[in-house]
Design a protein around this ligand. Structure first.
Ligand SMILES: Cc1cc2nc3c(=O)[nH]c(=O)nc-3n(C[C@H](O)[C@H](O)[C@H](O)COP(=O)(O)O)c2cc1C
Length: 174
């Protein structure tokens, strides 16, 4: 198997958090492709506690946006990434967020490679989203992903120099 490393790097570096979207609906098949990459993320003991709820019907999506101050108003869909806390119970609770984050990054990279924009959102009312989507108590919403056809090309926000965030062998940073 050959791996196109150059392409992976350009996809990783090219993805941006998109907050401006066109009024274009996203085909169901593309959303399924994106979800599939979430499912192929690493998972602690392969527990796969993640649950994905896609919201794209206008009424539900509007209310979801009202409950999520950080959510881009014009995004065409939301993927609500949750964890089944019963499945996560044998593990440290922090693993639910770590697992979800890995699934989210996979999905955002896949969306970008399909020409779509995404934005991860953590500022939302957990109780409000749970009530809206009829999520039972043992399913914990962790992060929302806004999805849509991008209407902006933001400049890449700067990254700290690699040397500032990296140590070799022993910690020697700030
Ligand atoms: C865990 C997490 C939560 C975030 N929450 C929000 C959010 O609520 N609203 C938002 O507009 N962006 C949010 N972002 C996006 C960041 O602002 C963005 O990733 C960062 O500025 C770097 O920009 P880039 O994603 O274009 O590289 C979040 C990112 C992460 C990783």
């Amino acid at each position: 198997m050959t791996i196109d490393k150059g392409n992976i790097l350009s996809i990783i570096k090219g993805r941006r958090s998109i907050r401006a979207y066109k009024d274009t609906p996203i085909p169901h098949e593309l959303i399924e492709k994106i979800l599939e990459t979430g499912q192929w993320a690493p998972s602690p003991s392969n527990v796969q506690s993640w649950r994905f709820i896609v919201v794209k019907e206008p009424a539900g999506l509007r209310t979801l946006k009202d409950l999520s101050p950080g959510f881009p108003r014009k995004a065409a869909a939301a993927i609500v990434v949750c964890s089944n806390t019963r499945e996560m119970e044998p593990f440290d609770a922090v693993l639910a967020a770590e697992e979800a984050a890995m699934a989210v990054e996979n999905m955002m990279l896949m969306a970008y490679s399909l020409g779509l924009g995404t934005c991860p959102v953590v500022s939302f009312s957990r109780a409000g989203i749970s009530a809206l989507l009829e999520i039972p108590d043992h399913i914990l919403p962790i992060i929302l992903v806004a999805l849509g056809s991008p209407d902006e090309r933001p400049a890449p926000p700067s990254r700290k120099p690699l040397l500032q965030v990296t140590s070799w062998e022993k910690y020697n940073g700030q």
